[in-house]
Design a protein. Structure first.
Length: 310
């Protein structure tokens, strides 16, 4: 297969004659099934708390954050610990766009390092822009934000109402990007894979706007208590960097171990459409169904099938 350069880069769905209906159906059903079987207790408490406690050397939930340095360290560690929570798992959708952006201007095998750093860098730009601004604004608004509220509406906490709204919108955005990659909806990023990566980075940064994860809530309260918007910006940026670390490392390992051959394999437009579009659509559907159907149903708003575990 010939290497791709800037003149040969193709939109994800450039060579398909018809949308991959089977992949679309599987992605939608997969997202719904994932929302049904998801265990927030497993990913939040068993995995998340264990990782944070081990990294910090103490109980992350109960030990007070002592000082700015401790707060910033807590931000990164809690972000890493929350990698696979329901409010962050959708960032796995970035793998496909990272691959596509890697082949936009660089030779696949000849410039492996550039193919690795360029898309990760652009995703970080989008993510940092959102998380830094929200961190600073969050400190200035403080308890006026629903995210920090202890009030309830009916039986549902106000902070989870914000989560449902924010993640519902993010899920719809991911689903749109997935359907566009599959050729079902117009793809506004068809010839700009880097713009797609920046946008997904911004969506990952936006996860913080709705995140109810207990360790993040503790971090948010610490940042507000400092009264310093810069602390909020730095803490939220570090939280987001922790969120994407595992995906970035996984992407780097795949690219380096295969010496760029993975990028060559994934550069086929039809194959890339199915993998990229299917993953984004599945995680977009999961995000909408989980946060707008399952979570409200836990508090008596509507109905959703529940597993015998939490």
């Amino acid at each position: 297969m010939a290497h791709l350069d800037s003149r040969e880069a193709l939109p994800i769905n450039a060579t398909k004659t018809r949308p991959p209906v089977r992949a679309t159906i599987i992605a939608v059903l997969g997202g719904i099934l994932l929302a049904v079987v998801w265990s927030f207790e497993l990913v939040d408490s068993v995995i998340g708390d264990t990782v944070a406690n081990a990294a910090l050397g103490h109980d992350a939930k109960t030990t007070p954050i002592a000082g700015t340095a401790a707060g910033l360290l807590f931000a990164f560690v809690s972000g890493l610990a929350g990698t696979f929570t329901a409010c962050n798992i959708a960032m796995m959708a970035s793998v496909g766009p990272l691959t596509q952006a890697s082949t936009e201007r660089t030779g696949i095998a000849r410039h492996t390092v550039a193919a690795l750093l360029r898309p990760v860098g652009w995703m970080t730009v989008g993510m940092v822009a959102v998380s830094a601004v929200y961190g600073a604004v969050g400190v200035m608004l403080g308890d006026r934000l629903p995210q920090l509220s202890t009030e309830v509406v009916g039986e549902m906490p106000v902070r989870l109402i914000q989560s449902s709204v924010v993640f519902g919108l993010i899920g719809l955005a991911l689903a749109y990007l997935g359907l566009a990659a599959l050729g079902i909806l117009p793809d506004v990023f068809a010839r700009r894979p880097v713009a797609r990566v920046v946008t997904i980075g911004a969506l990952i940064g936006g996860f913080l706007i709705g995140r109810p994860y207990p360790l993040f809530n503790k971090l948010f309260h610490w940042a507000v208590d400092t009264g310093n918007p810069l602390n909020g910006a730095l803490a939220f940026v570090l939280q987001s960097l922790g969120n994407i670390l595992i995906v970035a490392v996984l992407f780097a390992i795949i690219v380096l171990v295969t010496r760029g051959r993975f990028l060559q394999w994934a550069s086929d437009p039809s194959r890339s459409a199915v993998v990229t579009g299917g993953l984004m659509l599945m995680l977009g559907v999961f995000t909408v169904v989980y946060w707008d159907l399952r979570v409200p149903a836990m508090f008596g708003v509507g109905w959703f099938p529940m597993m015998p575990y939490r």
